[in-house]
Ligand binder design. Structure first.
Ligand SMILES: C[S@@+](CC[C@H](N)C(=O)[O-])C[C@H]1O[C@@H](n2cnc3c(N)ncnc32)[C@H](O)[C@@H]1O
Length: 265
């Protein structure tokens, strides 16, 4: 991953990420916390969901990791004054994590589809858990954003300024449920369940859709383009196509859900 692909506009993400927060809460609900656990927030972003996690852990703590320095700095500014030493926030790559046997649970939302090596990721997460520790995660998966990628391809094919995107399948690793179950099994997890669900996001306001695409869904596409004119052509073209699509102004999100446990023995 290049530096510009790793970095996020943390302020804009925080402002726009209502759908991500909704998804994250459903994953958090599945953890059924007692309130005194140590939980790893794997890919904490700007820290909004990490704060909600800490509210569910009045006697526990959170170790939050994210690859983006901007995200980590915003998460620290939000979390440290409020939760003090019950939270630590680190810059790190989850697929190279070297935490051993400290987390009672792992929470992750909207992160794993950004990581190409799921075998390495699951091996690291397994190692980070205490025996008996649980994983509750969700990310893009299955046919996630296939329609959006179709819009991108149609525009890129017709505009030489967008040549860097022609034939590019996009930055995501949208894994399926059966292959993910096999990878979690292979990493040593038990009680594995994986399933893919539709999660369309409707944003009727064109300006908001444009900013959402710029900040979240098309960040990596835009980072490949040579200049501001090319980036504007992509964003304007995609928003125009979305406005006249069969399901207008809808991002065709699909979520891959994971539940698993490190065995006690
Ligand atoms: C869509 S945001 C989700 C943030 C937060 N979990 C939420 O739901 O609001 C995706 C986050 O994954 C992080 N990320 C992507 N690849 C990562 C990796 N290999 N290791 C750690 N974090 C990563 C990004 O930096 C970004 O903050």
């Amino acid at each position: 991953m290049s530096g510009s692909e790793r970095e996020w506009n943390a302020e804009a993400y925080d402002r726009l990420a209502d759908p991500q927060r909704e998804w994250g809460r459903t994953v958090m609900d599945r953890l059924e916390l007692r309130g005194d656990e140590t939980v790893l927030d794997a890919g904490c972003g700007a820290g909004g969901l990490t704060a909600e996690l800490l509210e569910r852990l009045p006697h526990g703590r959170v170790i939050a990791i994210d690859a983006s320095r901007q995200m980590v700095s915003r998460a620290r500014a939000l979390l440290e004054p409020r939760f003090g030493d019950r939270v630590e926030v680190h810059v790190g790559d989850l697929a190279e994590l070297s935490i051993d046997g400290v987390a009672d649970a792992i929470f992750s939302s909207a992160v794993f589809h950004h990581i190409h090596d799921h075998e390495a990721l699951f091996a690291c997460l397994y190692r980070a858990l205490v025996p008996g520790g649980r994983l509750a995660a969700q990310c893009g998966g299955g046919p996630n954003l296939v329609e959006l990628q179709r819009h991108v391809a149609a525009i890129a094919d017709a505009d030489p300024r967008l040549a860097a995107l022609a034939g590019w399948p996009g930055p995501w690793n949208n894994a399926g449920a059966p292959e993910t179950a096999s990878r979690l099994d292979a990493a040593g997890f038990v009680d594995v369940a994986t399933w893919v669900t539709p999660a369309p996001v409707y944003l009727p306001d064109a300006a908001r859709m444009r900013e959402h695409l710029e900040t979240i869904n098309l960040r990596s596409h835009l980072a490949r383009l040579p200049d501001a004119a090319a980036r504007a052509a992509l964003l304007d073209g995609v928003v125009a196509r979305m406005a006249s699509a069969d399901a207008p102004m809808t991002l065709d999100h699909w979520r891959l859900n994971m539940a698993a446990r490190r065995p006690t023995g």
